[in-house]
Write a protein that binds this ligand. Structure first.
Ligand code: ADP
Length: 349
């Protein structure tokens, strides 16, 4: 059976619906990121699955066994879930080894073996006898991860587990954590408000807004086929081209877009990410060529160019009207303001 199944989970606080009809399922070894702005109900969802918050409605199953809603409600400690929160909440009076051993049952030889195994996996072998206050933030995070994974939870629930860390450390810790989660094979539900983190960690992203999951899919699909304008804007800046439908088409500087099902005169916004606009360097000086594979090119004049590290952002004033579009170019590209160039939309996007 599926490792974690959540059906139509709902919760209100003081008459306000905070989680509304949330359903999801996660297989063993899979990482799902629950992504959305602060206050949209992510933590409440996670806390209901953990068993520390009571749902008003819905069902939760782990390995096919009801833990809420379709039989007796199991308490948190009987659900086989591991928890990791933003403040790692290590026990200050226990050693690193004592912290990792805390949730373990069985004979002491087996416990010692499991603790040693995990400390090796999180690269803290020499730290077993230290206390939390002797460790850096990154090291404490690794102890908390080892502690949560030690009892081999079937489901790992993680609420903003990296937000207490230095920017400089964060990506490395994320990657190491992901590798260990995959090795241990739990079903993982990770709550975050950062799209970059979700893109980096998730097999599947569940995008949440005002208590509801509005879209679910692999990072590639969520990024390239957002369900609406707000979903698009959550992941990057967006360009908006305002148009008006005529027949089944909306006209833009990049040619006509198919927008069927609207009466003539309906306002239509075409949304394009900066990353999906490209500059046609070949065409510079040649004039437009309508057979080009990436669609109709449009002429723009550089208004501003900035280098951001991985990419450069170039703002263009387009030939017609007051339209300003931003294109992302990988690496360094800093044309002078006033430079005329041709822009195209990447067809594959
Ligand atoms: P997120 O994790 O997405 O930031 P939360 O699930 O923590 O969102 O909170 C969603 C909403 O529910 C917030 O408006 C929060 O203030 C409210 N909320 C959470 N827990 C409680 C509670 N125990 N009592 C009243 N309101 C709550």
């Amino acid at each position: 059976p599926t490792r974690l199944t959540v059906d139509a989970l709902s919760r209100a606080f003081g008459g306000r619906q905070v989680v509304a009809d949330v359903s999801l399922s996660i297989e063993a070894g899979e990482v799902m990121c629950l992504l959305g702005p602060s206050g949209c109900g992510k933590s409440t969802t996670l806390r209901m699955i953990a068993g520390v918050e009571r749902p008003d409605q819905g069902q939760i199953r782990i390995d096919g066994v009801p833990v809420f809603g379709a039989g007796p409600t199991l308490p948190p400690e009987a659900r086989g879930v591991g928890l990791m929160f933003q403040d790692f909440a290590l026990f200050p009076h226990l050693t690193v080894a004592g912290n990792v051993a805390f949730g373990l049952k069985g004979d002491s030889a087996a416990k010692t073996r499991r603790v040693g195994e995990l400390l090796e996996k999180v690269n803290l072998c020499g730290f077993a006898q230290k206390h939390p206050h002797e460790l850096s933030g990154g090291e404490q995070q690794r102890v908390a991860l080892a502690r949560a994974l030690a009892p081999r939870p079937r489901v790992m629930l993680m609420d903003e587990p990296f937000s207490g860390l230095d920017n400089r450390l964060r990506d490395g810790v994320r990657d190491a954590t992901l590798a260990l989660l995959k090795e241990e094979g739990a079903a993982v539900l990770l709550v975050t408000h950062e799209p970059d983190e979700a893109m980096r960690m998730a097999d599947e992203i569940a995008l949440m807004r005002a208590g509801e999951i509005v879209q679910r899919g692999a990072p590639y699909n969520i990024y390239n086929a957002p369900v609406d304008r707000a979903a698009a804007a959550f992941f990057s800046d967006i360009n908006v081209i305002r148009g008006v439908s005529k027949g089944a088409l909306t006209a833009t500087p990049f040619g006509d877009f198919l927008t069927p099902g609207h009466a003539d005169g309906t306002p239509v916004d075409i949304i394009i990410r900066p990353q999906h606009l490209k500059i046609d360097f070949d065409r510079a000086g040649r004039g437009p060529n309508p057979t080009v594979q990436d669609g109709t090119p449009a002429r723009g004049t550089v208004a501003r160019a900035r280098f951001l590290g991985r990419e450069s952002l170039v703002d263009f004033a387009m030939a017609d009207g007051g339209l300003v579009l931003t294109a992302s170019v990988p690496g360094v590209f800093l044309p002078k303001p006033g430079t005329a160039l041709w822009l195209m939309i990447r067809r594959d996007r």
